[in-house]
Ligand binder design. Structure first.
Ligand SMILES: Cc1cc2nc3c(=O)[nH]c(=O)nc-3n(C[C@H](O)[C@H](O)[C@H](O)COP(=O)(O)OP(=O)(O)OC[C@H]3O[C@@H](n4cnc5c(N)ncnc54)[C@H](O)[C@@H]3O)c2cc1C
Ligand code: SF4
Ligand code: SF4
Length: 610
């Protein structure tokens, strides 16, 4: 009798799975500044180890390719080797039987073409030219360069006010970022190689929630230089705060009645309470920032006039104009823009969604925010319509989960094709089912219409959350260069034909994140200061607790949880609960102190000024 065994994981297979999981977490948190030559070599070796050995290009070719790359790494390579590497990789790509071979070749090809200068540097100098080694990985991933291990240590020591002051040295929006920062720093946290990345944002929130009355840092002597800041969002206010500390006189112009930009007029109060944001803005203004509310540059005053009146100008107007679908009936009663709803939520111009069925079109963070807001506006049901798959949505996973948990319904893979009206008012959104197609530029599959009948989702209102664009027209008319809807700038933020004008934030990058806008504001304060002929330093001298060796005990990450109110309608209270003191202490103590250990030990690990 022949016996067929029931499949059971062998010890070897389990061990391999563990190794792959460790490899995955390692590559997941690897610094993007790693040497591409070294990476290509390691990747080749990994692929050879995975090769089933059936086809020669993979088994033999990849080993040879790895050897050639190693020659370059070891300093024996010559310039001609680079062409040879590319040729061999192309030939493996064309002839390997399966993805183990041809994908490895494709990665090497991307490395040798995309990082040709790094390969050349190895050949010509016999060492690595990759700059920007991430001495402290989390710090190099934070666009404002916040001293993360420093404030972890201060929080663990119970010195919360010092922790917040340290954050503010680089990022004045310590409180707001503790609540809403998208925390790119955590993606690079080395602790992720062991168990989970540190909850860096959570610790910032905890320190901000528990700090005493804050004192402004010392200001430099007054310079008499006046700087106009157009736009009082996070980017403009960051620049204004630092310029004031540097002794200059910044004047912020904003078209609206309150400051904060999208932090106030986009992000809903249940994620960032208005009074919390206002208190932080008031603190920043107290550094010596003048504000002119309700002035729209381009309409009330021209940028040329401002340039003549001020010693320098920072343009940070964000991206406030909504995109349209391009369908008929888009201006009919019952079709709204997400940005307008979120902007006017505190005012009288907000639609009444009580008891209504609402369809939201879009898959980004704005779509999630407006969906959850619609529930708080009393909507009976909220349907989110997205033309790709849920996993292709650009919204943060936590935001998608929160919207679904609160009761929003997601319709994946359906594209809007018609807005239906009844007596001139919206009564439905017709959608065409889609399937995923080929990968498009940007790494997401393009949706392709399925051969199925469109269907209509009955509703009383449609909200479009399909992206924002920069309102640049009057600036383009004044001679500013615009490309793909964003201002074109030099690396310094300066622009062609407008000496003394600097541009940054969402209007230069396209709609992005608060911390990117804050990082741009910080950089522009530095560059404007230089332009004005100064080299002021922003510094903070604090005694940071000594880094002590940690044990190697594994410990999971403490997350913040959302508290759901019984009824959402009318409830705009903060939903995220901060860490408890015990959780914060445990979490801050998990930090591996890369400012002291690893490369941090050699490179000083910390800069007390910038
Ligand atoms: C709904 C929504 C949710 C978001 N959620 C998050 C999040 O959770 N985390 C995160 O990190 N980021 C989030 N973002 C993105 C973040 O808010 C922005 O990236 C950031 O605010 C951009 O900052 P900024 O200063 O460049 O521009 P903005 O914040 O847009 O500020 C620009 C300012 O310029 C003013 N202005 C514009 N034109 C003129 C003019 N002609 N004259 C005078 N003033 C003018 C505006 O009134 C505004 O105050 C969200 C954005 C939105 C829309
Ligand atoms: S501001 Fe954001 S990116 Fe920077 S350290 Fe804080 S959470 Fe991380
Ligand atoms: S362990 Fe600490 S210092 Fe190291 S990357 Fe993570 S947060 Fe930064």
């Amino acid at each position: 009798m022949t016996v067929m065994e029931v499949f059971e994981k062998s010890r070897g297979l389990k061990a391999m799975e563990d190794i792959y999981a460790a490899l995955e977490s390692r590559t997941g948190v690897a610094a993007p500044t790693s040497c591409p030559v070294e990476f290509a070599s390691a990747f080749c070796k990994l692929a050879v180890a995975q090769s089933c050995g059936k086809c020669t290009p993979c088994r033999i070719g990849l080993a040879q390719l790895g050897g050639l790359i190693d020659d370059v790494l070891d300093g024996y390579g010559i310039v001609e080797d680079l062409d040879l590497i590319a040729e061999l990789a192309e030939s493996i790509y064309d002839s390997a039987d399966c993805a183990i071979g041809f994908e490895a070749a494709a990665v090497v090809l991307r490395c040798v073409k995309g990082f040709k200068d790094d390969f050349l540097f190895h050949v010509e100098h016999h060492n690595c030219g990759a700059d920007g080694f991430a001495a402290v990985p989390c710090v190099s991933a934070c666009p404002a360069g916040v001293d993360i291990p420093g404030y972890m240590a201060l929080t663990a020591a119970g010195r919360y006010t010092d922790a917040v002051a340290l954050v503010r040295k680089d990022n004045p929006f310590a409180v707001a970022c503790g609540l809403i920062c998208e925390h790119p720093c955590e993606l690079q946290c080395r602790r992720g190689m062991m168990d989970d990345p540190i909850n860096i944002r959570g610790i910032k929130r905890f320190a901000a929630d528990h700090c005493d009355v804050e004192v402004l840092p010392d200001k430099a002597e007054a310079t008499g230089k006046r700087v106009a800041i157009i736009g009082g969002g996070p980017s403009g206010l960051t620049a204004a705060y630092f310029l004031a500390l540097m002794g200059h006189s910044p004047v912020v112009y904003d078209q609206l009645a309150h400051l904060g930009g999208m932090l106030r007029y986009g992000i809903p109060a249940y994620r960032l309470p208005r009074e919390t944001l206002q208190a932080e803005i008031d603190f920043l203004l107290s550094a010596g920032v003048e504000v002119k509310y309700g002035v729209k540059i381009g309409t009330d005053v021209t940028i040329k006039e401002l340039s003549e009146q001020y010693d320098a100008v920072y343009l940070s107007i964000g991206a406030h104009k909504e995109n349209r679908l391009g369908l008929d009936n888009e201006t009919a009663e019952g079709v709204y823009s997400a940005i307008n709803i979120l902007r006017n939520i505190d005012g009288d111009e907000v639609p009444d969604f009580t008891g209504k069925d609402v369809v939201i079109v879009g898959g980004g963070n704005v779509a999630m925010d407006v969906s959850r807001t619609a529930l708080r506006m009393g909507a009976k049901s909220v349907h989110i319509v997205y033309r790709r798959r849920m996993l292709d949505m650009t919204a943060q996973v936590a935001e998608i989960e929160a919207a679904l948990q609160e009761g929003c319904r997601l319709h994946e893979l359906v594209a809007p094709v018609g807005i239906e009206l009844d007596a001139g008012k919206v009564c439905g959104l017709t959608v065409q089912p889609q399937m995923v197609g080929a990968m498009a530029a940007g790494g997401r599959p393009a949706p392709v219409p399925l051969d199925e009948e469109p269907y209509t989702i009955a509703c009383d209102a449609i909200v479009l959350a399909i992206g924002q664009v920069v309102d640049y027209q009057c600036f383009e008319d004044a001679g500013f260069k615009v490309d793909h809807g964003r201002f074109v700038t030099f690396k310094s933020g300066g622009v062609e034909n407008a000496d003394g004008v600097f541009v940054g934030g969402d209007c230069a990058s396209g709609p992005a994140t608060a911390i990117l806008a804050i990082g741009a504001g910080k950089a522009m304060a530095r560059n404007i200061d230089s332009y004005l002929g100064y080299e002021h330093e922003i510094s903070l001298k604090l005694d940071i607790p000594t880094a002590l060796p940690k044990g190697k005990a594994y410990c999971a990450r403490a997350n913040m949880v959302e508290v759901r109110p019984k009824t959402l309608a009318g409830d705009y209270e903060l939903v995220e609960r901060g860490l408890s003191p015990e959780e914060a202490l445990q979490e801050a103590s998990r930090c591996l102190r890369c400012d002291h250990f690893g490369l941090g030990a050699l490179r000083g690990g910390r800069s007390c000024s910038w």
